[in-house]
Design a binder for this molecule. Sequence first.
Ligand SMILES: Nc1nc2c(c(=O)[nH]1)N[C@H]1C(S)=C(S)[C@@H](COP(=O)(O)OP(=O)(O)OC[C@H]3O[C@@H](n4cnc5c(=O)[nH]c(N)nc54)[C@H](O)[C@@H]3O)O[C@H]1N2
Ligand SMILES: Nc1nc2c(c(=O)[nH]1)N[C@H]1C(S)=C(S)[C@@H](COP(=O)(O)OP(=O)(O)OC[C@H]3O[C@@H](n4cnc5c(=O)[nH]c(N)nc54)[C@H](O)[C@@H]3O)O[C@H]1N2
Ligand code: SF4
Ligand SMILES: [Mo]
Length: 730
Amino acid sequence: MSQQQTASTVVERKTFCGICEAACGVVVSIAGAEVLKIRGDVDHPNSKGFLCPKGAAFGAVRDDPDRVLEPLQRQPDGSFSAVSWEVALDDIGLRLRGVIKRYGMESVGVHLGNPNGWNYGAFMWLLGMAAALKTKHLYTASSVDINNYWVVGELLYGHNLVTPFPDIAHTQFLLVLGANPVVTHGSMMTAGRVKEQMAAIVERGGRVVVIDPRRSETAVQFEWQPMRPDGDPWLLAGMLKTILDEGLADQAALHHQTRGAESLPILLKDVTPARVATETGIAWTEVQKLARDFAASPAASLYGRCGASLGPFSTLTKYLIDVINIATGNLDRRGGMVYGQPMLDTEGFTRLFKVNGYDRWRTRVDGIPEVMGTSPLATLPREIRTPGRGQLRALLIASGNIATTSCASGDVGAALDELDLLISLDPYITETNQRAHYILPPTLWLEREGMPIFSQMHAGVPYAQWAPATVAPRGNARDDWWIIDEICKRIGIVPSASKAAQFLGRFGIRLSPATAVDLFMRIGPAGDWFGLRRGISRKKLFAQTSGVQLNTEPAVGVGRKRVHHPQGLIPLAQPLMQTEMARLVARPAAHDPAFPLQLISMRELRSQNSWLHNVPKLTTGDRRPHLRIHPTDARPLGLVDGQDAVITSHWGEIQAPVAISEEMMPGTVALPQGWGHGGGWRRAVAIGGGRYNDLTSNDATEIDIPSGNAVLNGLRVRVSQACVEMAQAS
Ligand SMILES: Nc1nc2c(c(=O)[nH]1)N[C@H]1C(S)=C(S)[C@@H](COP(=O)(O)OP(=O)(O)OC[C@H]3O[C@@H](n4cnc5c(=O)[nH]c(N)nc54)[C@H](O)[C@@H]3O)O[C@H]1N2
Ligand SMILES: Nc1nc2c(c(=O)[nH]1)N[C@H]1C(S)=C(S)[C@@H](COP(=O)(O)OP(=O)(O)OC[C@H]3O[C@@H](n4cnc5c(=O)[nH]c(N)nc54)[C@H](O)[C@@H]3O)O[C@H]1N2
Ligand code: SF4
Ligand SMILES: [Mo]
């Protein structure tokens, strides 16, 4: 930051928005230490000037009066007192050493919440800390989101992080399964100006078909095919069966890219048209037509996200998505599904430290397979409560609000209270960390340098960006990685899986994440090889803050080079998927008269999971989460628009005002997730609302078995008028 800058001069600095996967390029107007305005950066190669209301309003998060700006220590009465960094870190070190002495390093856990995806330093240091502790208690938000992707990546492509995404700029047929990019701006698909890019598909004569139980903001704009929640694996199995039975598969692609294609008809042997129709609510003839249209398209892409990955068979679903793309010749094809061209070889980086993998060990309590060295959040409360070697006794949570966002949120909160030590890195006192012994204040994305470590992997226009901090941190906030490093120092570990880093650490030499990533990037595919060729380095990118375009579009025809299996062939025959298919077929078509409706989650334009709910601009109007219900379901229940209803599942009960709407498929209700706050973010707490995940389960039988991913959609519920329910109770 320029030393000459005074409080009155307005300067503009460029960086990327660190709130969601879109990682939009932004221009920030600053006067002194004050953020005046944030707007989209038209020069950004991928986002091209796009900005959503969240990015534009972020100055209010930075300046939030409720923001934690000093380390907070919990007092015996439950209140928090500000202490110095030295006091906080030294005491944390002392307490952690005590836990380690009593229970061993494997009793210390680390949790990474979603915002670490745009905070590469924290991300690396947290993984490094878990590696140095040799603890199996490494939890991430992926296990309530996308663990199934990581499993299928490993099975099909030999690396968890290989996730082909739609070549949206060229596709002729985008089939969207359970995603709402008009609101979420794309997940595992960093497609700038995504709404416009989808509209352009139709303009050039192509199709966008959205399969969703709710006529979402995306479905409204394109072709909507309603489908029952959890119908996904059935729909996909039915489509694949049609493709194979009718000889629509691309045999040349199967031959060149895969082995084991002969296993597919066996996989589908028990999939019948009648069952597909019952489970999806879609007529078999429609399923066939969809499959034929998809296979006939010269360039099609089948893209699934949260709606497809938060159900009970999400790994099987993701496997079938990929198999359909592959079998129709759409993998690695212009306008089909393409491999990313990241600025940093993330696959190589994680492989170097043996991060990637699947089922190399199982969790202590529930025997759930590890995914990339992590345990799923579903098991966390039982890992805290079950005595024995490896019992979780101390936990460091960085940017995670798991008492709201994890499955069985109430149980998570109660279990956290039983820990010997809970440390949280978060800018707010939340319903999760109000239970912590220490809350440590992090810098926010405008206040730290950064690169979009996650988003660059799936960019429609491959680009590189690394931007310096745009504005000074407020108060005593420190970068997350620095805080983690200081804690590690106090327990005598170097937060790294690297042997070299451990060796250097013995001599007191510690690399920063920036140095480590820069070194790796410079010797990587886009790197400058330390001046031996034209390429990128951190220093060069710092001078190009809009980012550097690496290619006009993701490369195609890269073929076997991107598959980390022998001969680069994708092994389609997966015994685990045969098991899952058998389990799916054996599962009775559930209809429980006590719970006649199915509940699904909803995301909102002005919210990011469980946060940004304290920003006045983003919380105007009645922001309580409303239960969307179709008139035909509402009427017999006597529900009136705006009236409070009770939602009851097998595992819990919450209240929410009702919004009667034809956007819902009858039989399905939807509720925004991430609300129902406690703690010190006063506006968020005042809004109130029911906490969705108080209705979900963390039972080891109620998860996606192969990946340990939570089941958060398709919950069986009953809905009733709040007053009737209360009258019955009294
Ligand atoms: N504005 C905003 N943007 C966000 C977020 C946010 O909270 N707010 N969160 C970010 C995060 S962490 C993520 S992971 C991404 C998620 O990005 P998306 O996956 O695009 O987001 P969702 O809104 O969860 O979309 C899921 C869709 O699936 C539908 N659905 C629910 N159940 C089923 C089902 O069983 N089958 C099918 N086929 N569909 C179903 C829902 O109605 C919904 O429209 O968004 C990111 N972007
Ligand atoms: N029912 C239901 N539950 C869901 C979902 C759903 O669709 N339905 N979606 C799931 C998904 S996809 C995800 S990814 C998870 C997300 O859930 P979480 O991983 O809990 O993530 P967030 O709610 O986005 O943010 C968590 C915290 O990060 C803090 N934070 C923000 N920026 C920073 C930072 O720079 N540093 C630090 N240290 N903290 C920061 C915020 O204040 C907030 O308290 O929720 C899951 N839960
Ligand atoms: S879409 Fe995501 S990255 Fe872009 S401005 Fe909005 S919150 Fe930020
Ligand atoms: Mo997510």
